[in-house]
Design a protein around this ligand. Structure first.
Ligand code: DER
Length: 230
C-alpha cells in the first residue's frame, strides 16, 4: 500500500497539466483524494477549473475542500481526466474498480479528451490480472449472469473464482445501485480479447479493464515520479 506522500507526489506531477478554464474529470480512490487536496489549494490560490467527480466519495471531498463541481449533463465534454489505477500494464492497459467506482470512472474517462493515471510503482505489472477484475453487474438475475460469466472465462481460456464483493449477506452496492463481481483470474494475457463480448452479457453493466484510454501515467517511486507514455 503506497504512502500518502507518494500518492501526493504522483498527484502533484499530474496537476502540472491542469490549466485555467479546464473542465476536469476527477476519478476516485485514495490517490485521487490527494489530488483533490492539492487541487483545492490551487483553487484557493485562484485556479479557475470545474470538475466532474467519479464517485460520491470524491464529490464529498471536493465539496468539503471547495473544488467547484459540475455534472456531465451540464458539461458533457471534459478536457482532462486524472484517475488512479489498481494495475498498470504495457500500453497503459489498466485494471480499475478496486473502489467500486469503475462505471462512473469509465464514463468520465471516455468523456475526456485526455486521461492520465496517478499511482505508485506497486501498481505497475507485466501482465494484468493478479488484482481481481471488478465487473459491475445489475442485481437482478445475478445467478444467471454468473453462469454467463463462467462461460466467458472458459471461452477465453481463463478460469478463476467469481466473488460477489461484500458477500451474499452484505453485498457492496455501487453509487449506481449495482453489485460488483470480482473475477480472480490470476492473469489476463489478452485483456482486449477478454473485454470483447464481456459487456454483451445482459446483466453486465461495465468492467474494470481500461484499454486504450490512459495516455500517460505518473508513477511515484521512492526517489522520483516516473512518466509512462502510451
Ligand atoms: O477504484 C478505482 O478505480 C481507483 O481509482 C483505484 O483504481 C485506485 O485506488 P487507490 O488510488 O486508492 O489505490
Amino acid at each position: 500500500q503506497m504512502s500518502a506522500a507518494l500518492k501526493s507526489e504522483a498527484a502533484a506531477a499530474a496537476l502540472k497539466e491542469v490549466r485555467n478554464g479546464m473542465r476536469l474529470g476527477i476519478g476516485s480512490g485514495s490517490t485521487v483524494n490527494e489530488l483533490i487536496k492539492l487541487l483545492a489549494k490551487e483553487v484557493a490560490a485562484g485556479l479557475d477549473i470545474i470538475g466532474v467527480p467519479a464517485s460520491e466519495a470524491s464529490a464529498q471531498l471536493c465539496n468539503q475542500l471547495g473544488v467547484p463541481l459540475t455534472t456531465l449533463d451540464e458539461t458533457p465534454e471534459l478536457d482532462l481526466c486524472i484517475d488512479g489505477a489498481d494495475e498498470i500494464a504495457n500500453e497503459l492497459a489498466l485494471i480499475k474498480g478496486g473502489g467500486a467506482a469503475l462505471l462512473r470512472e469509465k464514463i468520465i474517462a471516455t468523456a475526456s479528451a485526455r486521461m492520465v493515471v496517478i499511482a505508485d510503482r506497486s501498481k505497475v505489472v507485466d501482465t494484468l490480472g493478479k488484482f481481481p477484475l471488478p465487473i459491475e453487474v445489475v442485481q437482478f438475475g445475478l445467478g444467471a449472469t454468473r453462469v454467463k460469466l463462467e462461460q466467458h472465462l472458459k471461452t477465453n481460456g481463463l478460469s478463476g473464482e467469481l466473488v460477489l464483493r461484500g458477500g451474499a449477506e452484505a453485498p457492496v452496492v455501487t453509487d449506481n445501485g449495482n453489485f460488483i463481481i470480482d473475477a480472480h483470474l490470476g492473469t489476463i494475457p489478452d485483456p482486449e480479447a477478454f473485454a470483447k463480448g464481456l459487456n454483451d452479457i445482459p446483466g453486465v453493466v461495465e468492467n474494470g479493464l481500461f484499454i486504450n484510454l490512459a495516455m500517460r501515467a505518473y508513477v511515484a517511486g521512492d526517489d522520483r515520479v516516473e512518466i509512462i507514455e502510451r
